[in-house]
Design a protein around this ligand. Structure first.
Ligand code: HEC
Ligand code: HEC
Ligand code: HEC
Ligand code: HEC
Ligand code: HEC
Ligand code: HEC
Ligand code: HEC
Ligand code: HEC
Ligand code: HEC
Ligand code: HEC
Length: 319
């Protein structure tokens, strides 16, 4: 196997030196490349960069970028640029594009230049139509801050390892998903990218859908209704009551009922029962049981259908 690779590389080297300084291939030629010819293109670089590099670069052949049977596959130079000066091997001349965020032998190129190299092929992809103007583009985050192009396993594209990539920058969310009530993100069942499109979106906060609520419906479809009796804030914005990443008040609540409810309802039973004017607003008024709305599920002890009711008698969200 090793021998075969050596042979291919050597063969490529001969071919490229024979074609040295030639003009770029025509579109027709490029399209007609066979797998062996695809490997040849890379030999201008792989004659020096091979498994012996500190970071093995040849693992790229185990990724979609190394699918040599696909004529759209980028060559080394397709990403790193022609890099003529670097090819001569003289120290101090970096390739045209040096990716990544950490300084290695050379300083990385500007995020803009790195991204341009990727976008020449990926700008038209459906998922990246909102890259320009998206929060990450605006903040000069590089594609390679998230993606590892030479690794056989691109961590950010695996649900289980993706959060760690995001957490390197988003420490608030890292703390939130560890709270008592949380989406099973750390458990590898829900990924950040189930709700967000990190490449940009038409919605707020890089959400995949146009609103928070539409995003929630993608998994909690039953909350969409239609309900005979709707609860207005539910149809408006799930985030009025819930926080998406984590909370110590289960289930993912922003504050504890009855306070959560009181933010809008302002002691409903109190006003109905002026005689029972205590803080709970319930005493004697409805059941005679004190503070029923401060115990257990509070208001939901009675108004159990907080997201809406389909019962003809459910106008008060009680059934
Ligand atoms: C003549 C040998 C030679 C050729 C040909 C060559 N390189 Fe290099 N390249 C080097 C050396 C030497 C370094 C410095 C690496 C080091 O010190 O570890 C380097 C460094 C790099 C780095 C930066 C690594 C880092 O740690 O920052 C990149 C990226 C790179 N080369 C890409 C390429 C690409 C792409 C090609 C083909 C277009 C190519 N090289 C062709 C010798 C070569
Ligand atoms: C010369 C064109 C070209 C360039 C430049 C390029 N790519 Fe790609 N990329 C492709 C092709 C072709 C595929 C395979 C797509 C497919 O199968 O639909 C691909 C696949 C990918 C995938 C995986 C898609 C999948 O479905 O598995 C990722 C992630 C990706 N590219 C990121 C990048 C990043 C990051 C850069 C810049 C460092 C980059 N690409 C530069 C052509 C390119
Ligand atoms: C903030 C992190 C982040 C940045 C920055 C980022 N990506 Fe991605 N990328 C992801 C994640 C997460 C996925 C997996 C999405 C999924 O599974 O739905 C992905 C998937 C992809 C894919 C394959 C699936 C698809 O959406 O087509 C391609 C291609 C890709 N990214 C290219 C790029 C390019 C090009 C850039 C730079 C312009 C870039 N990415 C910047 C996180 C990022
Ligand atoms: C899809 C675009 C793409 C292609 C094709 C590509 N590279 Fe890279 N290269 C990158 C990115 C991005 C990095 C930064 C490290 C990473 O993401 O794995 C990188 C890093 C490197 C490094 C520095 C490694 C390090 O981390 O110190 C070398 C050397 C290199 N590439 C050489 C090559 C060679 C040789 C080829 C052809 C076999 C090649 N690259 C093909 C995108 C590409
Ligand atoms: C269940 C869907 C969902 C998941 C999963 C999710 N988010 Fe969010 N995220 C949201 C919503 C909704 C908002 C907007 C919150 C609001 O408007 O109150 C948001 C907001 C954000 C914000 C902006 C915060 C601010 O205050 O502006 C960041 C950053 C963020 N999320 C990162 C992440 C990261 C990183 C992950 C993965 C660890 C992740 N999110 C997983 C739904 C989600
Ligand atoms: C290299 C650092 C970095 C990484 C890695 C990163 N982000 Fe970000 N992200 C930023 C910066 C910078 C901003 C813009 C400033 C801010 O809002 O904090 C941002 C903003 C956001 C926002 C808020 C958008 C808005 O409109 O306010 C969301 C959501 C987000 N990122 C999600 C993600 C997800 C999901 C991942 C992982 C797939 C990720 N980020 C990975 C740096 C990063
Ligand atoms: C990608 C799918 C997905 C999306 C999108 C999603 N969720 Fe979830 N949600 C889940 C899963 C999975 C669970 C855990 C269910 C379980 O443990 O049985 C969950 C649980 C919950 C819980 C209960 C938490 C607990 O502690 O019991 C609430 C509340 C919730 N989600 C609200 C939301 C809101 C609000 C949104 C929109 C911002 C949203 N979800 C978007 C998948 C999703
Ligand atoms: C008015 C405040 C409020 C709004 C708005 C709201 N919820 Fe809830 N949600 C709650 C409360 C309170 C609970 C706990 C119910 C209980 O204990 O009976 C809950 C529980 C949940 C649960 C877990 C239990 C279950 O019923 O499955 C999910 C999932 C959920 N909500 C999703 C959503 C989604 C999706 C939206 C937006 C469409 C939304 N919620 C809007 C208050 C709200
Ligand atoms: C963001 C504000 C808001 C929050 C928070 C809120 N509600 Fe509501 N609620 C409303 C609005 C608006 C209506 C419709 C009122 C109307 O039609 O007169 C409503 C209607 C109701 C009704 C039906 C009564 C009626 O007059 O139609 C009940 C019962 C109810 N809410 C209970 C709750 C409970 C229990 C909670 C806490 C889990 C809660 N609400 C949290 C705004 C809110
Ligand atoms: C012990 C059962 C019970 C509990 C606990 C309870 N309610 Fe009620 N609620 C009722 C009944 C029965 C009615 C209808 C009778 C009435 O109008 O007084 C009602 C009516 C309402 C109404 C509509 C009438 C109005 O006054 O606007 C709202 C809103 C309401 N409740 C909100 C709440 C909130 C918020 C809580 C928690 C602080 C709560 N309820 C706790 C049983 C309960």
């Amino acid at each position: 196997m090793k021998l075969l690779i050596k042979f291919i590389l050597l063969y490529g080297l001969l071919c490229t030196s024979a074609h040295a300084e030639n003009t770029p291939p025509s579109a027709e030629q490029a399209a007609a490349k066979s797998p062996a010819q695809q490997m040849d293109r890379d030999s201008v670089c792989t004659r020096c960069h091979d498994e012996n590099d500190k970071t093995p670069v040849l693992a790229i052949y185990q990724t979609p970028h190394g699918n040599k049977a696909d004529s759209r596959t980028p060559s080394c130079q397709g990403c790193h640029g022609e890099s003529e000066k670097h090819l001569s091997g003289s120290k101090g001349n970096s390739p045209d594009v040096v990716f990544g965020i950490k300084k290695g032998a050379y300083s990385p190129s500007d995020a803009k230049d790195q991204n341009t190299a990727c976008l020449t092929c990926h700008e038209k992809d459906q998922n990246r139509t909102h890259w320009q103007g998206g929060a990450h583009q605006v903040a000069d985050v590089a594609c390679t801050s998230c993606h590892e192009s030479h690794a056989a396993h691109d961590k950010v594209r695996d649900k289980r390892t993706q959060p760690d990539v995001c957490f390197t920058c988003h420490t608030d969310q890292k703390a939130q998903v560890r709270k008592f009530s949380h989406h099973p993100i750390g458990e590898g069942k829900v990924a950040c990218s189930d709700c967000h499109n990190p490449h940009g979106s038409a919605g707020p906060k890089l959400l995949k859908k146009n609103t928070v609520t539409e995003t929630c419906y993608t998994c909690h479809a039953e909350k969409r209704g239609p309900y005979l009796w709707e609860h207005q804030p539910v149809t408006e914005d799930c985030a009025t009551c819930h926080t998406p990443h984590g909370s110590n008040i289960t289930p993912l609540l922003k504050s504890r009922p009855p306070f959560l409810c009181d933010e809008c309802h302002d002691g409903p039973h109190q006003s109905k029962n002026p005689a029972a004017g205590n803080a709970a607003g319930m005493q004697g008024g409805l059941t005679g049981a004190p503070s029923a709305n401060y115990t257990g599920r509070a208001c939901m002890n009675c108004h159990s259908m907080v997201h809406g009711s389909n019962d003809p008698a459910g106008a008060l969200l009680q059934r």
